[in-house]
Design a protein around this ligand. Structure first.
Ligand SMILES: Cc1cc2nc3c(=O)[nH]c(=O)nc-3n(C[C@H](O)[C@H](O)[C@H](O)COP(=O)(O)OP(=O)(O)OC[C@H]3O[C@@H](n4cnc5c(N)ncnc54)[C@H](O)[C@@H]3O)c2cc1C
Length: 421
């Protein structure tokens, strides 16, 4: 019976959490979340990894999870420290033999794990798939060629069954006695509030409520017809932030769609929701496959893009001060709310790469900072797609801004709504 540490990352939930269930097979269980100080420091692409909107969502998710854990005899230790330092200390101090965490898709988290494994060779490390529809065995069973395009992947993945959902644990092993009293929680982290025009609240309970609401009526039946609208809460599912912070299990969502189809009858729209979940799945597995190429200027392209970096243009785009009113509205919505529709993201990204001729990576890093629903594989993968350096047989996307304005904001309502910074 090992003393186990569960390092929580993008899996802030009790429902359908196979990593938590694995971690619970031990004598004692230490649950730890690390708020990495590096997230808040601007990197070489000028943006920080975490901005105020996602931070607020994260706080809400951690408070909710902490309360739920207290109800089943556990405690969540939240530390403002780099994981490899905090986890190594906790492992040593508490004679931890086993570390469990979710499979990691981001390079930073993977590096943290590698450093930990090197530093603590006797520690048993177990990574569990909690973030995807399918598990690694399914992906390992296909050849690499399947990941070269989305359509190939989709043809294959449509035949697979998603993993079943797992129950919420009713009780967990207790935390090691000394540790909770000894470790200092970050004093202000959970209490601070960011000013934001937020659409959604973080946490598992809010996710479950939203899931129930979205599937209570007819919204899924018209999803395909409205998903491209620029604005409007009900015009797309708005599941992404909860999915990506792990407050909602992707498998729970998938089975909810199936259940809805069996009760109400499926149509093209409910099927399309599944198709979009497969896009998320595709980008995640592709990111693991291509590793650091996800962040490289060339990406998968034979030729580098004909773009460069100009600070002034970059700053105007970030603020929503470009010569293009539709793009400005998109960027202001992103900055004020932390959310942007898929169409808005495509328009803003295409303008950055094509009209402004800027190095796509600076735009991707700014989205990373601003989006509540940021997902490393999906964000950088979509940016590569638009910049023409990703897994895209058509070689990039250029959205005609005049046409997009006529199609999606003919009466100017969206531009007026988000005109203010
Ligand atoms: C430049 C750019 C950057 C993006 N960055 C992110 C990101 O960091 N995180 C993120 O979750 N999505 C990202 N997307 C994809 C997409 O815009 C969002 O998933 C979607 O807008 C979220 O809103 P929703 O949950 O209402 O989506 P819905 O339309 O309801 O779709 C349901 C789910 O399908 C998945 N999905 C939908 N569209 C895509 C897509 N194009 N690629 C992959 N998965 C998709 C998401 O998980 C989403 O929650 C990006 C798209 C672009 C063009």
């Amino acid at each position: 019976m090992a003393h186990t540490l569960y390092w929580l990352t993008h899996d802030l939930r009790l429902d359908d959490n196979p990593a938590l269930l694995r971690a619970a097979l031990g004598e004692s269980l230490l649950l730890v979340y690390c708020v990495n100080p590096d997230w808040f420091v601007p990197g070489r692409l000028l943006s920080a990894s975490m901005g105020a909107h996602r931070l607020q969502f994260l706080r809400e998710a951690l408070v909710g999870l902490s309360n739920s854990l207290n109800g089943i005899g556990q405690h969540l230790l939240i530390l403002e420290e780099r994981p490899q330092i905090a986890l190594a200390r906790l492992v040593r101090q508490n004679a931890i033999q086993r570390l469990v965490c979710s499979s990691q898709f981001g390079m930073d988290e993977k590096c943290e794990l590698q450093a930990l494994a090197k530093n603590l060779p006797d520690l048993e490390i177990e990574e569990v798939d909690t973030y995807t529809l399918f598990n690694r065995q399914a992906i390992d069973s296909i050849n690499d060629g399947v990941l070269t395009t989305y359509s190939r992947f989709r043809r294959q993945a449509e035949k697979w069954e998603a993993m079943p959902v797992l129950p919420t644990p009713e009780r967990l092993p207790p935390p090691p006695k000394a540790v909770i009293r000894k470790e200092k929680m970050p004093p202000n982290f959970l209490a601070e509030q960011a000013a934001s025009e937020k659409l959604i609240t973080g946490g598992e309970r809010a996710a479950q409520e939203h899931l129930a609401q979205y599937f209570a009526g007819d919204l899924p039946l018209s999803y395909k017809a409205v998903r491209n609208e620029l604005d409007g809460f009900n015009n797309s599912s708005k599941m992404s932030s909860w999915l990506n912070m792990g407050c909602l299990s992707i498998r729970r969502l998938r089975w909810t769609v199936e259940d809805y189809e069996s009760k109400h009858g499926g149509n093209e729209s409910t099927y399309w929701l599944f198709v979009e979940l497969l896009w998320r799945e595709y980008f995640l597995w592709l990111a693991l496959h291509i590793e650091s190429q996800l962040f490289s200027f060339h990406g998968a392209a034979a030729q580098p893009p004909m773009t460069k970096f100009q600070q002034e243009k970059f700053e105007c785009w970030c603020k929503g001060d470009t010569p293009y009113p539709l793009v400005n509205a998109c960027m202001r919505q992103l900055n004020r709310s932390g959310f942007l529709s898929n169409r808005g993201r495509q328009i803003a990204a295409s303008c950055f790469v094509n009209e402004l001729a800027q190095d796509w990576r600076y735009g991707a890093a700014f989205f990373e900072q601003q989006l509540v629903d940021y997902n490393v594989a999906v964000n950088w993968g979509n940016w590569q797609y638009i910049a023409g350096v990703g897994a895209d047989p058509r070689g990039g996307r250029h959205f005609n801004l005049k046409k997009q304005t006529e199609l999606y904001d003919a009466n100017g309502e969206y531009r007026r709504r988000w005109a203010r910074s």
